[in-house]
Design a protein around this ligand. Structure first.
Ligand SMILES: Nc1nc2c(ncn2[C@@H]2O[C@H](COP(=O)(O)OP(=O)(O)OP(=O)(O)O)[C@@H](O)[C@H]2O)c(=O)[nH]1
Length: 305
């Protein structure tokens, strides 16, 4: 009997991933396993502290909510979350992983109370590698490799999404399409690699001007599009003008080895009730075409009539 118990204890201690017993009020009742310092920090000091003693309030509240839901639903639940060593008070920072860790938490309610309280068992597994890989795949699928702007596929996806939202809620939504003027001359004069640097610098410049919600995409070659949620045609035109001026005033000395400025031409359109995605794009494209035809370095807004 004693031998069996010893074996059980040894087996539990050897568990590669940390297993926490957490009470409904957020107390760390016990911690078993998880001693591999390549993947985990030593959390043994946490026992008998409460979540709010060691975690920032927002995180502690989130953990408590997960415990509460698991007990209420009385079933296994799986959650994913990030935790940095600096988030947890009292950890030995010199030991364990340096970067933020992504965890998968598998939370199971216990059938009997612990010290008079309902409790869960929370198995935490380091999934940082998998998470980073997923992020990398997502970036590969969504981003233009050269400039870091979103790619055309992402633009079409976002347009579908915003179009559906527009039909439901009628939030104003606009599209700007712009193209660098006489860009062939840049390539011819400075070479294709220098041209690449100009495109990359220009995207950086635009990102600084745009809001978090705006989606800057490489539409093709030296043509870009910006999807502007919650923006009507007038506001979109103002924003396009601001971008045009900012890009035109930038000196590509660093990229081209001499003072050089490049202008852009742009077309702008806004979703209207009888629109399809294609007609929204076509109006912005028509605006761009007109801007080129009327001497470049300007913005033409195309309304739906
Ligand atoms: N360096 C570089 N150049 C590119 C890339 N994609 C497209 N281009 C170049 O962009 C240029 C586009 O030329 P055109 O379509 O004649 O247009 P433009 O010279 O900009 O003239 P307008 O648009 O009429 O003002 C071509 O020289 C393409 O090779 C790229 O990824 N890198």
């Amino acid at each position: 009997m004693k031998q069996n118990l010893e074996l059980l204890m040894e087996m539990l201690a050897a568990l590669p991933d940390p297993v926490f017993i957490l009470s409904e009020s957020g107390r760390y009742v016990a911690l078993i396993g998880g001693h591999d310092a390549r993947y985990y920090h030593d959390g043994s000091h946490l026992v008998n502290f409460s979540l709010h003693d060691v975690l920032p309030k927002e995180l502690a509240d989130w953990f408590l909510e997960q415990i509460r839901q698991t007990i209420e639903e009385n079933r296994l639940r799986t959650v994913e979350y990030a935790l940095g060593a600096h988030d947890v008070k009292g950890l030995e920072l010199a030991e364990g992983p340096e970067q933020d860790i992504w965890f998968e938490g598998r939370i199971q309610p216990l059938s009997n109370p612990v010290d008079g309280e309902r409790a869960v068992v929370w198995v935490a597994r380091n999934i940082t590698e998998r998470h980073n890989m997923q992020l990398q795949l997502k970036n590969l699928a969504e981003l233009d490799e050269l400039t870091g702007a979103y790619n055309r596929r992402k633009l079409m996806e976002a347009l579908e999404e915003k179009f559906a939202e527009f039909k439901r809620y009628h939030h104003p939504t606009s599209l700007m399409i712009f193209d660098l003027d006489h860009f062939k001359q840049v390539n011819d004069r400075f070479g294709h690699i220098a041209g690449d640097k100009v495109l990359t610098a220009m995207v950086k410049l635009c990102k600084k001007q745009l809001r978090q919600q705006d989606l800057l995409c490489r539409y093709g070659g030296e043509e870009f599009a910006v999807l502007l949620p919650n923006t009507d045609l007038e506001e979109a035109t103002q924003l396009a003008e601001r971008l045009r001026k900012t890009i035109g005033q930038y000196d590509y000395h660093k990229e081209l080895g001499q003072a050089y400025s490049i202008t852009v031409s742009a077309g702008v359109s806004a979703l209207c009730s009888k629109d399809k995605i294609e007609s929204l794009i076509k109006r912005a494209d028509d605006g761009l075409y007109q801007a080129k035809a009327s001497g470049r370095n300007c913005v033409i807004a195309k309304s739906d009539n």
